[in-house]
Design a protein around this ligand. Structure first.
Ligand code: ADP
Length: 312
């Protein structure tokens, strides 16, 4: 099995309920690379009643992992698609040591690599609470919190974007959640260790508000940069997609849509700098609903000619 030559992969790891889906949708929009979620792919197979979907059903309903060979083939088939040639964001995969080593080997065959593994770390009691109260949109997979154990969907019971009826995942029942958490500790924590040893793991505190977690994800994949004229910090995502990769020149795109690069002498900073005096347009982009950053045209035509200054 081969996959096309790709740009490096980004992994989103974390226990059930850590917010991988919510953050993955943000990163997908920000980076303009496909979001490949093994759980969503499996649920889609189940909806379509494929052989894989039928075979996966009993494992998923029990909260167990679907056998490695089925999941690996499914994800690799997805990565064959042309939209993944620019790289992909893998969510929920790899989830076992076998899946991790198989992924590494298949990427290595193509001269590609896992560039960054973002690990959303959330305390177990928060996870249980979040999962017990979550409702989902079947179309866009957006999650809507409600009070734990209630039977009523939040709001009018429909997704604010798609207008589809919200539902609760059958495997979000408390006894299945318990099993999923146990499976996570046994099977997936070794994956976290695997990428820690490889030096690509970034641990992110996922127990905070969504916009704060997003700010950390951005600084993990780029950083904050200050303009020349005003005392405002901008968040940017680097084309190298790892903040601690200091080899060679860097360039990136701020969340508010400007190109930045080291040769323009931008002052670089971290999350605390951004939070101290943030560009309000960048901050706005951390809230739900935002546009692809890496595909955005720069704000002003004059800024396209020379390398732009992040100065507003
Ligand atoms: P969560 O992360 O909240 O558990 P997912 O949607 O990622 O939810 O996964 C739902 C279920 O799908 C899992 O409990 C498991 O049965 C199956 N699954 C998803 N990804 C994998 C994988 N990489 N390997 C094996 N099984 C998987």
């Amino acid at each position: 099995m081969t996959i096309p030559q790709t740009r490096p992969m980004i992994l989103l790891l974390g226990p059930p309920g850590a917010g991988k889906g919510t953050q993955a949708r943000f990163l997908h929009n920000t980076l303009a690379i496909p979001h490949v979620a093994s759980g969503d792919l499996l649920r889609e197979h189940r909806r379509r009643g494929t052989a894989l979907g039928l075979a996966a059903q009993e494992f998923m309903d029990r909260g167990d992992l679907v056998p490695d060979e089925m999941v690996v083939k499914m994800v690799m088939d997805r990565l064959q698609r042309s939209d993944a040639v620019r790289g992909a964001l893998l969510d929920g995969f790899p989830r076992s040591s076998v899946q991790a080593s198989t992924l590494d080997a298949l990427l290595a065959e193509r001269g590609s690599v896992v560039q960054t593994a973002l690990y959303l770390d959330v305390p177990t009691e928060v996870l249980v609470q979040r999962i017990a109260g979550r409702w989902l949109c079947p179309s866009c997979q957006a999650t809507y919190p409600s009070k734990a154990h209630t039977t009523a969907a939040p709001g009018d019971g429909r997704c604010v974007d798609c207008k589809d009826l919200l539902y609760q995942r059958p495997d979000d029942r408390p006894e299945v959640v318990q099993q999923r958490l146990e499976v996570y500790l046994r099977e997936t924590l070794p994956v976290v260790e695997h990428y820690t040893e490889r030096g690509v793991l970034v641990r992110v505190d996922g127990g905070r508000a969504i916009d704060r977690v997003r700010a950390t994800l951005c600084t993990s994949l780029g950083g904050a940069v200050r303009g020349h004229h005003h005392d405002r910090w901008h968040l940017y995502i680097s084309s190298r997609l790892r903040a601690d990769d200091v080899s060679g020149p860097w360039q990136g795109r701020t969340l508010c849509g400007r190109r930045v690069a080291d040769r323009t002498g931008h002052r670089r900073g971290g999350e605390a700098d951004f939070l101290s005096h943030s560009c309000r347009h960048c901050y706005q982009e951390l809230r739900p609903r935002q546009r692809p950053i890496l595909e955005l045209p720069v704000r002003r035509a004059s800024q396209q000619a020379s390398t732009e200054q992040a100065s507003s």
